[in-house]
Ligand binder design. Structure first.
Ligand SMILES: [Zn+2]
Length: 238
């Protein structure tokens, strides 16, 4: 091939190469250039943290309540000396906890979900504060431990019109929680105003036995239960 022909052949090859490589770059550059160059307007962001405020407000109310009511609860159960180092109570909004509330030692765990749905349920805090004041070595018998905590709540803290009214056809003194609370209230008004304090003392000393109902009231627990149900029936007829 003559020199001039070789020169033109090289020239054609360079044009093809430049054209092939250059084309995608050109398309890419075109895609990056917006047709309308106006800047996008940032959106207005509204953060709704009202659900967190409910928890914060409840925590503040619980704090005030605990300072006022914990000494009263200790008094109701029978005052006892505590060392200052163990006097702190920790209230925890526990997102991992699936129940309503629970107490372990002096730590009360409360469900944020429950509080969000029941922002006025400060009675729950009173119930749990009672467990702190109880501090029993054993959670036994459960029905009585829970009954005392609910007696403090329903018969000392909550308004009178919210007190439980157990159905005499369905209840037993050992039904725990508010039913046992109603039984305790009847028993202490009927036999001994210090009944709850005396029961609390034996539970703290881990010496509770069912036979002590006879010592405290002159009647067995079963007989007391029968009398209480008769009282409920008579009250329901009034
Ligand atoms: Zn409880």
């Amino acid at each position: 091939m003559p020199t001039s022909s070789r020169y033109f052949a090289l020239l054609r090859l360079s044009s093809v190469l430049v054209g092939t490589i250059g084309l995608p770059c050109l398309l890419y550059a075109q895609a990056e250039t917006p047709i309308d160059a106006a800047k996008p307007v940032p959106p207005k962001i509204v953060s709704d943290t009202s659900q967190l405020k409910v928890l914060d407000q409840f925590a503040k109310q619980a704090d005030t309540l605990a300072k006022k009511w914990y000494p009263r609860i200790v008094e109701l159960l029978g005052a006892r000396k505590t060392s200052p180092s163990s006097n702190d109570i920790i209230l925890v909004m526990d997102f991992e906890y699936k129940g309503v509330a629970a107490t372990s030692g002096r730590v009360i765990s409360m469900s944020p979900e429950w509080i969000r749905k029941h922002p006025d349920d400060l009675g729950m805090v009173v119930h749990e504060l009672t467990h702190v004041a109880q501090g029993y070595p054993d959670y036994d018998p459960v029905w009585l431990v829970e009954g005392i905590a609910d007696w403090v709540r329903w018969f000392n803290f909550e308004p009178k019109d919210k007190r439980p009214h157990p159905n005499p056809d369905k209840v037993s003194a050992r039904d725990s929680y508010r039913t046992t609370a109603a039984f305790l209230d009847w028993a202490l008004k009927t036999y001994d105003k210090n009944l709850v304090r005396k029961l609390d003392q034996t539970l703290k000393e881990n010496t509770y036995k069912e036979a002590m109902w006879v010592t405290l009231t002159g009647k067995s627990l079963d007989d007391l239960n029968t009398d209480w149900i008769a009282f409920l029936r008579a009250s329901a007829k009034k």
